[in-house]
Design a protein around this ligand. Structure first.
Ligand code: IMP
Ligand code: MG
Length: 173
């Protein structure tokens, strides 16, 4: 495997996240819960919540750990919950946040999960969208970047647990 090649650099990511926070500030109620889907989302969620704070928006944060991948680059098609679920979503506005909308299975599962816990309304924000890969019907309300069907790492995303700390988003072959 070759070294990762930069696809979107850190400065471009930072600018886009600031614009995304502006977009969210116009379309969300003043109080909401960010439900972040671990693990890949950690860096995006950290930057997004700080961009919101700069606009005096302070959502509460919850994390859910969902897993749909093994160590390969293809989705296993199965989504599982690891660990505990947030308790106080009943009647609350939720922004589901994930690193990447790929086949759509993870967010489809997550939306049903938080809706089942009483969240309402539920909106979806993803750092990346790979629309060409969809296996189930799913769209995000807010998208950082649309990308082609390439496997990407960095900015929180991994391949076989590596590369999450890269400040840039990169492709690997
Ligand atoms: P989905 O359920 O197929 O939409 O996949 C969503 C999850 O798969 C993401 O939250 C990522 O964790 C993982 N994933 C999908 N594509 C990539 C990629 O290109 N790089 C790293 N992880 C990915
Ligand atoms: Mg993920």
């Amino acid at each position: 495997m070759t070294d990762p090649k930069t696809l979107i650099d850190a400065a471009t990511i930072a600018r886009r996240i600031d614009a995304l926070a502006e977009e969210l500030s116009r379309s969300l109620p003043s109080e909401f819960v960010m439900v972040c889907i671990l693990n890949g989302v950690f860096m995006f969620a950290a930057d997004l919540v700080r961009a919101l704070a700069r606009r005096a928006i302070h959502p509460t944060m919850e994390f859910i750990n969902l897993k749909s991948y093994g160590d390969g680059t293809e989705s296993s098609g199965q989504v599982r919950v690891l660990g505990t679920l947030p308790e106080q979503l009943n009647g609350r506005a939720v922004l589901l946040v994930d690193d990447i909308l790929d086949t759509g299975r993870t967010l489809h599962f997550a939306r049903a999960l938080v809706t089942g816990l009483g969240a309402n309304p539920v909106r979806i924000c993803v750092f990346l969208d790979k629309p060409s890969r969809r296996a189930v019907a799913m769209t995000a309300d807010h998208v950082g970047f649309q990308i082609e069907d390439r496997f990407v790492v960095g900015y929180g995303l991994d391949h076989a647990k590596r590369w999450r700390g890269l400040p840039d988003l990169a492709t690997i072959d």
